[in-house]
Each structure stands twice: as C-alpha cells, then as structure tokens.
Write a protein that binds this ligand. Structure first.
Ligand code: SF4
Ligand code: SF4
Ligand code: SF4
Length: 259
C-alpha cells in the first residue's frame, strides 16, 4: 500500500508553471488565483474542531502548538508540496489518524481560535467522513485474517518520530510516558486480532460510541465488510489501520453528503 499523499492539482500546476516566480507574475498581472487555491486546501484533513476552511486559513498563526502537544504525532505542517496554506496543520490519515484524545489537547493548545475551543466533546469534532472506496480490496469480505505484517505496519506508524524529533518538540517527561501508554494500548488492541478475520477498522475506531460510527456487516461472499454510520467524525484512524487501503477520508464532508 502506498503512503504517498495524493497528487494534488496544485503540485502539477507549480511544476508546469515553473513555480513561485510564475505565480508572482500572475499576481502582478491581477489574475485571481484564490478560488483555485481555496479549493485545494479543502482537501486537507484539519485537526479536530477546525473552523471553516476560509476562517481557518485566516486565523491559524502557524505556531505549531497543536502539533507539539499531540501524543500520537498525528499532525503535520503543510509545505509547498501540500498546497496553499503552508505552515498550517493537517493530518495525513493514511500515515496517522487522529486518535480523538478525550481532552482534545490540540484544541486547548491553539492560541488563535483556528481550532474552536467551544468544541469539548470528541463526538462533535466534525473533521469529515469516511468513504468506503474499494470494497473489492477488503480482506474481511471473504473472511480473510489479519496477518503479522498488518500488525507490524501499525507498530511502524506508532513510532513516526525519531528520538531527535521528539526532543525538538519539547515534550516533557509526562507527555512522553503518556505517548508510550497510549500507543501501547492501541497496539495491544490491534495484536489481539492477529490470525482472526479482519475487523481492524471497526475495532480500532477511537470514538467512545464507535458502534454508531462503523460496524462490520455480512458480505454477499460470506465474510464481513465495514459499513460507515452517522456518528463517524472523520478522524481517519480506520483509514490508517486498514491494511489494504479500502477506506478514504473526505475532509469537511458529512455523512449526509455522501451516504
Ligand atoms: S485529538 Fe489528540 S490525536 Fe487528535 S490531533 Fe488532537 S492531540 Fe492529536
Ligand atoms: S469510522 Fe471511526 S475511525 Fe473511521 S473515521 Fe469515522 S470515527 Fe474515525
Ligand atoms: S480494516 Fe476494515 S476495510 Fe480494511 S481490510 Fe480490514 S475489515 Fe476490510
């Protein structure tokens, strides 16, 4: 499975146009680029409780506080390859979803209101919704079991930061041990499924009411397939843990938009 971020239209545009210099020429000529750029950033999965994309881009001061406090290393900062909004935080669900920490530390750490402090309940973070993209790849559909390599890749995800990178984030001792405990709990849960029919996506959903967000249902082939339900908040964990890339995040959309 590829972990490469999806190729963005803007990246092609930059390549074809010769980069920033060309963009500057456009701007100098008074050509409006903002609608193009705005549509690009709406594809990014923002951290929980992000305000609407336009306000988010205006309010985020690119301080990285949300990234520093995230115990799962779920948050990245956008760069030139990601698109407009360089320096703003986003989540690449294929590599690391948001584990919906009960106190939403990223939201509490945000000093600007780009992440809305009024949202305190993980069930209301409204990051997006999951689409079941390629059911033919679901190993559970025909009763396939979780293999050791499927668990190993989750261990690799849980150690996304080198010790030097962790040091550079100024995480205190408490935060470090908290990170280890959280990762261990997640991995122990995943290991229990090794050799059993795959239910990784449904079992590792971090929502407290996960049975209202994702459920395994019978498939025509005699196995099971995931069904997404209304309570899904689009945290991306099921996308991350699925070993065969069946699921896809649709940022900022809701259940009603696609089901
Ligand atoms: S809720 Fe927790 S896991 Fe999710 S982005 Fe915020 S700090 Fe990270
Ligand atoms: S089904 Fe659960 S794990 Fe998947 S995106 Fe929705 S809330 Fe997150
Ligand atoms: S994680 Fe879910 S969608 Fe992916 S293969 Fe397993 S059961 Fe199918």
């Amino acid at each position: 499975m590829s972990h490469e971020p999806k190729q963005e239209p803007r990246r092609d545009f930059l390549k074809n146009a010769g980069g920033i210099g060309f963009l500057t020429l456009f701007a100098a000529a008074g050509v409006g680029l903002s609608p193009y750029l705005k549509s690009d950033t709406t594809k990014l999965l923002r951290p929980p409780a992000a305000v609407n994309e336009e306000d988010f881009l205006a309010l985020c001061v690119k301080c990285g506080q949300c990234l520093q406090v995230c115990p799962y290393d779920s948050i990245r900062l956008a760069d030139i390859a990601t698109g407009h909004g360089i320096g703003t935080p986003y989540i690449e669900a294929l590599d690391r979803g948001c584990y919906l920490c009960p106190l939403l530390p990223c939201v509490l750490a945000c000093p600007s209101g780009a992440l809305d402090h009024h949202v305190e309940d993980v069930k209301k973070v409204e990051m997006g919704i999951v689409a079941v993209r390629a059911l033919d790849r679901c190993i559970a559909k025909t009763g396939g079991a979780v293999q050791k390599e499927h668990i190993d890749r989750l261990f690799a995800h849980a150690h996304t930061l080198s010790p030097e990178e962790q040091q550079s984030r100024n995480l205190g001792e408490g935060a470090k041990s908290n990170k280890r405990e959280l990762e261990e709990a997640e991995l122990i849960e995943a290991q229990k499924l090794e050799g059993k029919p795959c239910t990784l996506c449904a079992d590792l959903c971090p929502l407290p009411n996960k049975e209202e967000a994702i459920r395994m249902v019978a498939s025509k082939e005699g196995g099971m397939i995931p069904k997404i339900l209304e309570a899904c908040v689009g945290c991306g964990v099921c996308v991350e843990v699925c070993p065969t890339n069946v699921l896809e995040i649709q940022p900022r959309l809701s259940y009603a938009d696609i089901y």
